[in-house]
Design a protein around this ligand. Structure first.
Ligand SMILES: NC(=O)c1ccc[n+]([C@@H]2O[C@H](COP(=O)([O-])OP(=O)(O)OC[C@H]3O[C@@H](n4cnc5c(N)ncnc54)[C@H](O)[C@@H]3O)[C@@H](O)[C@H]2O)c1
Length: 596
């Protein structure tokens, strides 16, 4: 029989502590909520009141429930108030010495049988536990932010945590309506070990002015379906907390450079820009603690302003290629009202693409998303050709042929001879350097990358890749075109992986390394990212969908270009590809898809 907890304690009512108090009190537990001073206590109370009031306003909590919840919380200053709790969870700032001092004090104050838990994200639970005389009753209970919303709890057992304590805490998590994964004491546990390298990389991109904060965030939200972009997430976590987590992970996790906090983070923390809680971080918020972003001096002009920014007028568009991407792109442009010339390598291929576009448009009609008139108009705007010379008077060419540099370079050299001056030449490459393609022409200033995502008619994102030779006018034209297509165009530099793949694949590769190290299972790692971070798919689900061979090729490119040791492909990924386990398409990848 698991132990019955009636009164629990929470120490520190900041970003996490206040949320944890809410989780306990909502589930019928009495809570002693402790802070260091009256002022901090009032801030914590205000956070809890704000959160529960919002839940009432949204109809997720009845007023009477809110009042009962608040009545269950006893707000106190000082640890002595915790003498009668059955379990206490500590959520003070991420400093080992502070946590050790608090645990020594809790050990003195709390009942001998009380469980002492830490919400640390990256510190060693073992090191915290040895500050007490009862390390076997010390455990990590790692909630996710915002605690009332995120379903996951990582339960961290040290080598001395007793099995009873683990079982009691697991049962408690269930009572709180959470899903727990129990793991051993390693820096960053599952989720943060996979998350923070990615977050720090995003900060590095922003710091290097590779892309704007809005574009980095939009890329990851729209390209990967994440609930929020990395910089907005950093603001939510708190930049001081994020800095400490990275710093600890760097020191504890094998000095992986990817965890060395980006210098900008330290500067922002020193300047008091801590994220939402201080009202300003990467973004500016309505007031401290508010989730509402308000415009500031870095907020970009609206997309249509790009038109006034020197964009060229585009009416006629050539699309070269006959594969999945070309087909989708033709549909997207035709629906947006552009006149299209599709060029393939022969009449047979043109007929196939034409059929595919028709089928897709018809689906739109069946689903009620497109009228028959609009479908016919879109089809009427497309001319089918197998002759590149027909592109002599288009305003924009979008190339979507096979991903081979020699083929793309030869095509761009031909386009250079055929197309009129002033045409924007775009490549949809997802992994080749755009500058290589641009330099195959005599007009590199007119060349840009337009990286559409698959399926192009559905995915809302386009990465606009500027080389060091791309002119401002070309880039403005690309932005204006994306806006007219109803896509979000994000502008970035010409580096391997652009924004999305550069941030996504190292994270997937890290998940493979974690599995390979037997730290956790594929199921638990997938759960952790879905339930702890709100990702639509776990890393192994996604790898199986994308294809392990494709993922390995992208990861290799990233590694070769950036020479970052942490980007080296996981040996397990290489072995699975060698063995022909390529994911869903081959029936087996990380999971066996033949039996489902
Ligand atoms: N922010 C996140 O997204 C997140 C997520 C999961 C876990 N965590 C972990 O939770 C812990 C707290 O992080 P946070 O982001 O909530 O920090 P925070 O800075 O928002 O809040 C910390 C609170 O602790 C209080 N405090 C400091 N010293 C105290 C003491 N001696 N006694 C009582 N209260 C004291 C502070 O007044 C403050 O209110 C850290 O270990 C962090 O790694 C954070």
């Amino acid at each position: 029989m698991a132990r019955e907890f009636t009164r629990v304690g929470v120490v520190g009512l900041g970003t996490m502590g206040a949320g944890i108090v809410e989780v306990f009190a909502r589930n019928g537990l009495d809570v002693t909520a402790v802070e260091i001073s009256d002022a901090a206590l009032e801030r914590g109370r205000a956070t809890l009141t704000g959160s529960t009031d919002r839940a009432v306003a949204k109809g997720k909590l009845a007023e009477a429930e809110r009042d009962a919840l608040m009545a269950r919380v006893d707000f106190r200053v000082g640890l002595d108030a915790l003498h009668d709790v059955d379990l206490v969870i500590e959520a003070v700032p991420e400093h080992l010495d502070l946590k050790q001092r608090i645990f020594a004090e809790l050990d003195r104050v709390c009942k001998p049988e009380a469980i002492l838990a830490t919400n640390t994200s990256s510190l060693s639970v073992t090191e915290i536990s040895v500050a007490t005389t009862r390390p076997n009753q010390v455990i990590g209970i790692h909630f996710f932010n915002p605690a009332p919303v995120m379903k996951l709890v990582e339960v961290v057992r040290t080598v001395v945590t007793s099995a009873d304590v683990v079982a009691d805490v697991e049962a408690l998590c269930e009572r709180l309506g959470k899903v727990d994964v129990t793991i051993s004491d390693r820096a960053g546990f599952i989720a943060n070990a996979l998350l923070f390298g990615y977050l720090n990389h995003a900060v590095g991109m922003f710091e290097a002015r590779y892309a704007t904060r809005e574009d980095i965030d939009a890329a990851m939200k729209l390209g990967c379906g994440l609930p929020m972009g990395p910089l907005a997430l950093m603001d939510l976590i708190g930049l001081d907390t994020a800095y400490e987590i990275l710093d600890t992970m760097y020191r504890r996790g094998g000095r992986d450079r990817r965890h060395a906090p980006a210098p900008l983070l330290k500067q922002m923390v020193t300047a008091g820009l801590l994220g939402r809680k201080s009202g300003r971080g990467f973004y500016t918020y309505e007031r401290p603690g508010s989730p509402k972003v308000v415009p500031d001096e870095y907020t970009p002009l609206a997309a249509d302003a790009a038109l006034a920014d020197g964009a060229r007028a585009i009416a006629k568009v050539g699309v070269v290629g006959s594969g999945t991407m070309a087909t989708g792109i033709i549909e997207v442009f035709a629906k947006a009202g552009y006149e299209i010339i599709s060029v393939t390598r022969g009449a047979e291929k043109s007929a196939k693409v034409c059929e595919a576009v028709k089928t897709s448009l018809n689906k739109g009609v069946v689903r009620g998303k497109l009228s028959e008139t609009d479908r016919d108009a879109a089809l009427g705007r497309i001319t089918w050709s197998a002759t590149l010379e027909h592109l002599a008077d288009v305003d924009l060419v979008v190339e979507a042929v096979i991903e081979e540099l020699s083929v793309k370079k030869a095509l761009f050299a031909s386009l250079d001879e055929i197309c009129k001056p002033g045409v924007v030449l775009a490549t949809t490459t997802s992994s080749l350097p755009v500058i290589d393609v641009a330099m195959a022409t005599q007009r590199p200033a007119d060349v840009v990358g337009l990286h559409f995502f698959n399926p192009a008619p559905i995915m809302p994102l386009v990465e606009i890749v500027q080389t060091i030779r791309t002119s401002a006018e070309t880039s403005a034209t690309a932005r204006a075109v994306c806006a007219k297509l109803g896509k979000t165009g994000v502008v970035c530099g010409d580096r391997s992986g652009f924004i999305v793949n550069a941030l996504l694949f190292p994270y997937l590769n890290d998940a493979v390394k974690m599995l390979e190290a037997s730290y956790s299972t594929a199921d638990d790692i997938d759960y952790a990212m879905k339930l702890g971070c709100g990702y639509p798919m776990g890393p192994f689900e996604l790898l199986d969908v994308v294809g392990l061979d494709v993922s390995l090729a992208i990861q290799r490119e990233l590694y070769l270009e950036l020479r970052e040791p942490g980007f080296a492909p996981a040996p397990l990924l290489e072995h699975l590809v060698t063995a022909g386990y390529l994911g869903r398409k081959s029936g087996r990848g990380f999971r066996d898809h033949t039996r489902r």
